[in-house]
Design a protein around this ligand. Structure first.
Ligand SMILES: Nc1nc2c(c(=O)[nH]1)N[C@H]1C(S)=C(S)[C@@H](COP(=O)(O)OP(=O)(O)OC[C@H]3O[C@@H](n4cnc5c(=O)[nH]c(N)nc54)[C@H](O)[C@@H]3O)O[C@H]1N2
Ligand SMILES: Nc1nc2c(c(=O)[nH]1)N[C@H]1C(S)=C(S)[C@@H](COP(=O)(O)OP(=O)(O)OC[C@H]3O[C@@H](n4cnc5c(=O)[nH]c(N)nc54)[C@H](O)[C@@H]3O)O[C@H]1N2
Ligand code: SF4
Ligand SMILES: [Mo]
Length: 695
């Protein structure tokens, strides 16, 4: 059994749960030096006294018998041997220096995953890389929320945040499964419904939230942009838009109005399959309830090739309805004045040669680097396979499992195997860790203390170090210890430990670490104010809402968020007649995590593909039959689950993406990318199904 020391022998410690990014307030109960139970903390605005089953399972993850507590080194025969932490860090540093000497600092990258979030943890990684001489920061976020963020940023100048559903009269949800993915928001949503708010859900699947909707429409995947333009058309034609906003704060309204004119309800029906009458009805809801509209867009849009433009069109719609920075609409938060951790990049010392050492993927997708602050993970694979602009030879992965979660699994694994040095820092020996030269045992969030900000609530929090398994390495220690061994300037990581970083970060806010420690429910760093755009310029280049983007025009892309039909409609309907969407979340699972929790595994025994009964009948497939899903990238065999006919749009099949043994990313596309964000095709993948005959 794994051994851990707790900070107190008996009692409770209040902190935030980071089993997902909702960061609910929790109480960790400790008895005789062991974590026994997790209960919700009252008065924390994110969850207000509630908790989900994953939060309750924290002790099972923390004390999991398979948790790593010693570094592992791969032997020449492929097996792993435990080694001492000092030896592991010394050897890794030595290998990094060898790569730098031979290829330049640029040949080393680092990759942060969902497991640790994206605040100071991301900054540590960038600080390390930049001091090392590399811009090559990768993360799960470039297949997660960065596409949406870029869409919002291009129009409003700020990213996307959860709206306050409780104040809305109309809630529009596109491509999101809120009760499963963001359980805390269900309270606000329920409050709004009690007050009579309407709910419109747009999703090819009848997900749990769709069951509650006033209008539920199932679009052909990847056609949300057409719907958005159809709704813009109705709003403008019926002169039901915010005229003052358009007059004073918008660039490109005339072009938007002219382009929207093409999207009659009939055209929207032809593109998306949503009946023209339903499009008119949604427009009527919008017009009657504006400006009290909460529109939330999930990953369903940005996992398509035309995702960013669909997002931009929906943001324009929200703005036209008057929902910009109002009580329930597009939140423009004040950001906390935290000290900056990321260092500016040093001059390109050690780069292969002038001109070909740009951040990986940034020539193809400049917006991902310039607006999203990330390199392109799909292009990273090319660089590892020596097919990119320059070679990537070393990679440190923390809290990610790209061998399962990135598209085109076979290519990802081949690329990771080709590296001179792959280091994986994780809680478990995952599929990605299995490919590494060194695996380092990671600390969970209960073994770290960090500053967290929740911008839509404008609150700042300090999480608590609650317990520690002997031998694990926390995020700060990892980067600092490597930096010390690499001979970095002492100023790069001058803080001896996390507490010192945590004291430094909020200094500019005037809020002290002691105050944060005294307020586990968080501290509001600024009051929420609304319609700030009336008194100060928006954070876009022009200071206005950019319905037309000069930035994109400069990159040679369309300045308007024009609608292009989804990729799956372009590939051969004969060879690939079905459209696969992947990643519909499950309450108990988190990407590749938690399948090792026995109680959860009883409920999710194996991967399955959901099929509409008509499609199943056409293939002679019945519930439980083995089928092969085939795309032009790869194939995977899994069991069929024939769903009720209303659960899924006919012609669409769905597979969860977190199964290590059967990763659906074997069939998803890494090289069909959104031209703005570079996002891969994780939803709307053209496939065919073949029944596997078993004897
Ligand atoms: N339990 C649990 N919660 C999670 C996660 C988890 O793994 N497990 N992951 C977290 C993370 S990192 C993220 S990014 C979020 C993601 O959560 P969401 O943003 O909710 O995204 P998904 O669950 O990927 O997809 C949501 C819906 O999009 C639909 N969809 C697919 N294609 C299209 C389309 O073309 N148009 C439209 N309108 N809909 C489409 C799918 O059917 C699905 O119901 O969830 C977070 N919360
Ligand atoms: N086909 C398909 N693919 C997808 C998606 C999809 O919808 N469809 N969704 C995409 C999205 S939105 C996302 S966010 C990505 C997620 O992609 P990843 O970030 O690669 O996925 P996770 O399974 O969350 O991996 C997190 C890893 O971190 C480890 N971990 C947990 N806590 C800690 C910690 O405190 N420290 C450290 N060091 N490690 C820790 C876990 O054990 C796990 O191995 O997947 C993407 N991939
Ligand atoms: S929703 Fe669940 S997993 Fe996410 S922070 Fe809250 S309790 Fe933790
Ligand atoms: Mo995500």
């Amino acid at each position: 059994m794994i051994k851990a020391r707790t900070v107190i022998e008996n009692g409770t410690v209040q902190t935030l749960c980071r089993m997902c990014n909702s960061r609910c307030g929790i109480r960790v109960h400790i008895q005789l030096g062991r974590i026994t139970q997790i209960t919700p903390a009252e008065k924390v605005p994110m969850n207000q006294g509630r908790i989900c089953p994953r939060g309750q399972a924290i002790p099972e993850v923390f004390y999991h018998p398979e948790r790593l507590n010693r570094p592992l080194k791969r032997e020449t025969d492929g097996s792993f041997t435990p080694i001492e932490t000092e030896q592991a860090l010394d050897e890794i540093a030595e290998e990094l220096l060898k790569i730098k000497k031979r290829f330049g600092g640029y040949a080393v990258g680092a990759w942060k995953g969902e497991g640790v979030g994206f605040q100071q943890q991301e900054a540590y990684v960038k600080r390390f890389l930049h001091a090392f001489g590399s811009p090559n920061y990768f993360s799960n976020d470039s297949a997660c929320f960065k596409g949406r963020n870029i869409g919002y940023q291009l129009v409003t100048g700020f990213g996307f945040y959860f709206p306050d559903f409780a104040k809305a009269k109309l809630i529009l949800l596109l491509g999101t499964n809120t009760p499963v993915c963001h359980p805390p928001f269900m309270r606000e949503l329920a409050d709004a419904r009690v007050q009579g708010a309407k709910l419109v859900v747009i999703d090819p699947r009848l997900n749990p939230i769709a069951c509650l909707a006033d209008i539920f429409a199932q679009p052909i995947p990847g056609t949300d942009g057409a719907l958005a333009w159809g709704l813009i058309n109705q709003i403008i034609r019926q002169e039901a838009f915010d005229k003052e906003l358009v007059r004073d704060h918008v660039i490109g309204f005339d072009q938007v109005a002219a382009y929207a004119g093409n999207f009659t309800p009939e055209r929207v029906e032809a593109e998306s399959g949503i009946y023209a009458g339903v499009v008119k009805e949604i427009a009527r809801y919008i017009i009657e309830n504006r400006p009290y509209i909460s529109c939330y867009l999930g990953a369903g849009l940005e996992h398509n090739e035309n995702g960013v433009n669909a997002v931009r069109a929906m943001v324009i719609l929200s703005c036209l309805c008057g929902a910009l920075d109002n009580e329930c609409g597009l939140v423009w938060p004040e950001m906390p004045d935290l000290a900056r951790l990321t260092l500016d990049l040093p001059p390109s010392e050690g780069a292969p040669s002038e001109g070909n050492h740009r951040p990986i993927g940034s020539s193809r997708f400049p917006a991902l680097y310039e607006l999203g602050g990330e390199c392109h993970t799909m292009s990273a694979m090319d660089s590892m396979l020596d097919q990119g602009d320059y070679p990537l030879r070393g990679l440190i992965v923390t809290a990610a499992n790209p061998a399962v979660t990135n598209p085109n699994t076979e290519k990802v694994c081949e690329a990771l195997r080709r590296l001179d040095l792959l280091v994986v820092h994780d809680l478990f020996l995952t599929a990605t860790a299995g490919l590494a030269r060194y695996v380092l045992p990671a600390a969970t969030f209960l073994e770290r203390s960090e500053i967290h900000t929740v911008p839509n609530l404008q609150r700042i929090f300090l999480t608590q170090n609650v317990a520690r398994v002997d031998g694990v390495i926390d995020e700060y220690t990892l980067w600092r210890e490597l930096a010390l061994r690499l001979g970095f300037d002492r100023d790069v990581f001058p803080w001896p430990g996390e507490t010192d970083v945590n004291r430094f970060l909020p200094e500019p806010t005037g809020i002290t670490l002691d105050e944060l420690a005294d307020h586990p429910e968080g501290i509001a760093y600024a009051p929420r104010t609304f319609r700030k755009y009336k008194s100060r310029p928006l954070p876009t280049a022009s200071g206005k809402l950019e319905f037309c983007s000069a930035y994109l025009r400069g990159l040679g892309l369309s300045e308007l968020p024009e609608y292009t039909p989804p990729h799956h409609l372009r590939e051969s309907p004969k060879d690939y007649p079905l459209c696969l969407t992947t990643g519909g979340r499950k309450t108990l699972l988190y990407h590749t995590r938690h399948l090792n929790i026995p109680g959860f595994r009883e409920i999710h025994r194996d991967a399955e593909i959901e099929i509409h009964p008509d499609d199943a009948a056409g293939l002679g497939v019945e519930n439980g039959d083995l089928v092969r899903v085939v795309s032009r990238v790869g194939a995977l065999e899994l069991a069929a689950r024939v769903v009720h006919r209303s659960e899924l749009l006919s012609g669409v099949v769905e597979v969860y993406h977190g199964w290590e043994e059967r990763p659906i990313n074997r069939v998803t596309f890494d090289e069909v990318n959104d031209p703005i964000s570079g996002f891969p095709l994780l939803k709307g993948v053209p496939v065919r199904l073949e029944k596997v005959e078993t004897c």
